[in-house]
Design a protein around this ligand. Structure first.
Ligand code: ADP
Ligand code: MG
Length: 357
């Protein structure tokens, strides 16, 4: 009862938006199921909403699958608000020429995704500057890079743990879907368009939708093929906790998070083509990272050697964490909570003065 009541009260007092309240700005992205724009409120909004700064919102105009994304964002806002970009409102917009569209509105978190930041030669120092809001006048080196990467990984796992504890698997966890929030100075997850909510069985994903093969775990689909793709709610509610334990679908995201960790440690693996090549090599090694290391290390470039060196710091604790995330069998991968308790995080990270730490 109280969950429904709270949701009802929250709905009453949260500002709602209509199409005419919004002024669209620059296009930020375009996927198969929607277009994303920067947006702001019109000076004289049609409905009674407080006027905000220019361009401080993000609008996604989505196809019919937008309904699921609204559901996920509503749930996240109530259950683990800090994990994801701040969701404002979602509604069905019927007046479009293209027919019914779902409109989703978030707060504009900042201009850079983890992908953007990783493409810079300055990575990970550019992230350090954004987190601390000042340039550190310290000697550069592996120790310092490791500390920054550790801080990023902790934030990513913290956000994932929030989602997973809520019963949501993201399924499209990649640097392009991780935004640096300039307000909280932390990374937040975006794009719940492919997410599955296992506790209530909302798990449909269009047949034509392919999970990003660069970051997808080998099992590809989070649950065995016997699992109905869109089970009816009562059945799913009864089954889902069991399914969660049997198949550990959350470990799908952990594999992706492991690949992101890998890319942060190895500058030579940050480009798409290098990651695709790595995936091929790993497959040839039966998804055994240690075997991959043995095959590659003797003839490794200086870029790669630097990555191994970074992960070998403190007795190889980083390499140990990486190998416990990137494993063939989902059941053998560490959970987000388990990873946060891993000794890799025992060392103090960057002191980011934010509520999230
Ligand atoms: P899709 O991948 O389906 O096009 P996303 O939800 O990933 O849609 O958004 C596309 C892009 O828009 C992101 O990569 C990011 O650059 C930007 N973006 C999305 N949400 C936000 C937000 N809350 N704040 C700032 N930028 C955002
Ligand atoms: Mg995306």
């Amino acid at each position: 009862f109280d969950m429904f009541f709270l949701a009802f009260v929250e709905r009453l007092f949260r500002p709602t938006f209509k199409k005419d309240d919004l002024v669209l700005g620059k296009k930020l992205g375009e996927g198969a199921f929607g277009v994303v724009y920067r947006a702001s409120l019109a000076k004289k909004p049609a409905s009674k909403v407080p006027y905000q700064k220019e361009g401080d919102l993000v609008l996604k105009k989505a196809t019919e699958y937008g309904a699921v994304e609204i559901w996920m964002n509503e749930r996240v806002r109530r259950a683990c608000a800090n994990s994801c970009a701040d969701f404002v409102h979602g509604f069905l917009e019927n007046s479009s020429k293209k027919g019914a569209e779902y409109w989703l509105i978030w707060r504009y978190e900042g201009e850079a995704t983890l992908y953007d930041l990783m493409q810079s030669k300055e990575f990970p120092y550019n992230v350090e500057t954004m987190m601390l809001r000042e340039v550190q006048d310290l000697p550069r080196g592996l120790e310092r890079e490791n500390r920054i990467i550790q801080t990023i990984m902790r934030q990513l796992l913290f956000a994932l743990d929030g989602l997973h504890s809520t019963g949501i698997v993201h399924r499209d966890f990649k640097p392009q879907n991780i935004i640096f929030s300039e307000g909280s100075r932390t990374f937040k997850i975006i794009d719940l368009g492919a997410a599955a909510d296992l506790r209530v069985g909302i798990n449909y994903i269009p047949k034509e939708f392919l999970l990003d093969p660069r970051y997808a775990a080998p099992e590809q689909y989070i649950m065995s093929t016997q699992t109905p793709s869109a089970p009816s709610a009562p059945v799913a509610t009864a089954l889902s906790p069991v399914l969660w334990q049997m198949n550990l679908p959350d470990r799908f995201d952990i594999y992706s998070a492991g690949l992101i960790f890998l890319q942060m440690a190895f500058s030579g693996l940050r480009s798409d083509s290098a990651l695709i090549q790595f995936n091929r090599q790993l497959k040839r090694c039966d998804f055994d990272l240690n075997a991959w290391r043995k095959s590659i290390e003797p003839r490794a470039s200086s870029d790669l050697r630097k990555g191994f060196e970074l992960l070998d710091l403190d007795g190889g604790i980083g390499w140990e964490l990486l190998t416990s995330m990137v494993r063939y069998k989902a059941g053998q991968r560490i959970s987000a909570k388990g990873a946060l308790a891993h000794p890799y995080f025992d060392r103090e990270g960057l002191l980011v003065l934010s509520l999230m730490q």
